[in-house]
Design a protein around this ligand. Structure first.
Ligand code: NAD
Length: 513
């Protein structure tokens, strides 16, 4: 197979991938500066097949990494860490800046692979790649500013603090934003002087390898960013490994709980970015056109497979009928189809079992008394190539109440539940009536109400008069069972460093012995 430069696969081959004309044969583990076949030995050696959501075809497969492969990756990362952690922040930043430039240069290739592998529209994948290089560039800038504090004490003695890296960090990713997640974790980790081993979701193994190649090309030492492929067992080996100092996880709540339990056994640092069932509250005094836009952004990006989605849309009763009319019309107009077409607005869901799960949520909602206002069934595009793709028509559920399963559980698909409310107090109480707390949104023209709501909503991020915007400068992370720790913003350096206090005695030690 042809390899262009250090790229994983060339654009023309990617097109071939999208038509099922070839299968990717290159190994997808990236360890110590190159792509390697995972080491043999005991442990998980299952082969995972990777499907293309738009066509249902297998685009590649890989052998899951076993304990031996994990050991080798940790050893390689430790070697890199010894060198990398001794560099100045400015030196590390320079390499990260070059990596950000290379991502920008390879934006289209990465976006195409991402769309083929995740099923999301190419226009969205490009935005994902942009938010990814922005993270690398942002933390490149911060690397040179990392510093401790000087503390004056009595008698001329003093103390200072050193902000030190943690060591080898593990990143474990979900399948909905594979490249973005890999960058949001690795950029702050590397900027702070750590090494990282990243395990992508077995459904989306490709673009993390492209990132590894970019870091190497930018001048990162071998082993600084390794990628191991695998599923549950590989992830578990990584979380248990004594050579690993931290696990940063993005994924579902049940997996997050298991990872926290495993990491607790040797007191590893943990960041958990978990699921959500976020509320979007629309007051009748809002700009309704903007609120409709907000509801669309809150539900239908990436086929609705977005952790922060505002899937519980609370609408004040007096604007309900107007809101429903507008949002249904817009939803019916969404163009579902080939993710590589420029005018496609929604692609295929990640897998056949996931599509079936989402469709069954719609069926169950109907059985529980909700009204399907549009969509909610499987969609087969006219193009014969796409006949086995995992497409569905985006769905709006009306007449919902707080007890319905579709309102309580994260569906992770293009399904919006609309709920009516009367008063601000009622909206707050119902919005907060969940164990999850990733995000929330409010649409209103009333300035004081907007800030009252932002303060009252139990969520890690609150959007006022917009939804699902995630500039790299803003910390992102959950409340309640949506997790803890933050990604993005300057605060994230707290989660990838530890603070050492150094006491300096300028006199004689006082001693009672
Ligand atoms: P998942 O929990 O099934 O898997 C996530 C990752 O964990 C995968 O790489 C998987 O292989 C790995 N894994 C599974 N079991 C493991 C174990 N025991 N030990 C270590 N690793 C293990 O989640 P998913 O289906 O890939 O992603 C969807 C979920 O992710 C949704 O709930 C969504 O809300 C959430 N998500 C959250 C954020 C956020 O930032 N809060 C972002 C994206 C997705």
């Amino acid at each position: 197979m042809e390899i262009l430069g250090t790229r994983l696969i060339s654009p023309c081959l990617l097109r071939a991938a999208s038509t099922g004309a070839f299968q990717l044969k290159e190994p997808l583990n990236y360890r110590h500066g190159g792509r390697v076949q995972p080491a043999g030995g005991d442990g998980d050696s299952r082969v995972e097949k990777v499907h293309e959501p738009a066509t249902g075809r297998v685009i590649c497969d890989f052998v899951c990494s076993n304990q031996k492969e994990v050991d080798l990756a940790v050893q390689s990362a430790k070697e890199a860490y010894r060198y990398w952690s001794k560099l100045s922040g400015l030196e590390r930043g320079r390499i990260l800046l070059e990596a950000a430039r290379l991502i920008r240069e390879q934006r289209e290739d990465i976006a195409i692979v991402e769309s083929i592998n995740t099923g999301k529209p190419i226009t969205e994948s490009r935005v994902d790649v942009d938010t990814a290089w922005q993270a690398v560039e942002y933390y490149a800038g911060i690397a040179g500013t990392l510093a401790g504090q000087h503390i004056q004490l009595s008698g001329g003695s003093f103390a200072y603090t050193r902000r030190e890296p943690l060591g080898v960090c593990v990143g474990i990713g979900a399948w909905n934003y594979p490249f973005q997640i890999a960058c949001w974790k690795s950029a702050p980790a590397l900027a702070c002087g750590n090494a990282m081993i990243f395990k992508p979701s077995p459904l989306t193994p490709l673009t993390a390898v492209m990132l590894a190649e970019i870091y190497t090309q930018a001048g990162a030492p071998k082993g600084l960013f390794n990628v191991l492929q695998g599923a549950v067992e590989t992830g578990n080996f990584l979380c248990k490994h004594r050579g690993v100092a931290k696990v940063s996880f993005t994924g579902s709540v049940p997996t997050g709980i298991k990872i926290m339990e495993t990491a607790a056994k040797n007191v590893k640092h943990v960041t958990l970015e978990l699921g959500g069932k976020s509320p979007l509250v629309i007051f009748s005094d809002c700009d309704l056109e903007n609120a409709v836009r907000g509801a669309m952004l809150a539900n239908f990006l990436s086929q609705g497979e977005v952790c922060s989605n505002g899937t519980r849309v609370f609408v004040q009763k007096d604007v309900m009928s107007k809101f429903v009319e507008k949002v249904v019309a817009k939803t019916k107009a969404i163009k579902v189809g080939d993710p590589l077409f420029e005018d496609t607005q929604m692609g295929g869901l990640i897998s056949r079992p996931h599509l079936d799960r989402v469709l069954s949520y719609v069926k169950q909602a109907e059985e529980q008394g909700a009204t399907v206002l549009c969509g909610g069934d499987r969609f087969v595009p006219n193009d014969p190539k796409l006949k086995d793709g995992y497409f569905m028509k985006p769905c709006i559920l009306g007449n919902c109440n707080d007890e319905m399963t579709c309102v309580k559980e994260e569906i992770f698909g293009p399904v919006m539940s609309v709920l009516a409310f009367d008063t601000e107090e009622e909206a707050i109480e119902r919005a907060n009536n969940t164990d999850l707390g990733l995000a929330a949104g409010v649409f209103t023209r009333d300035l004081t109400r907007a800030h009252r709501m932002a303060a009252a909503l139990e969520a890690g991020t609150c959007f006022i008069n917009n939804y699902n915007v995630s500039p790299i400068e803003i910390p992102f992370g959950g409340y309640k069972m949506s997790g803890f720790g933050k990604e993005n913003g300057t605060v994230t350096i707290e989660y990838y460093t530890q603070l050492k206090s150094v006491y300096v005695e300028m006199g004689d030690p006082e001693c009672s012995f």
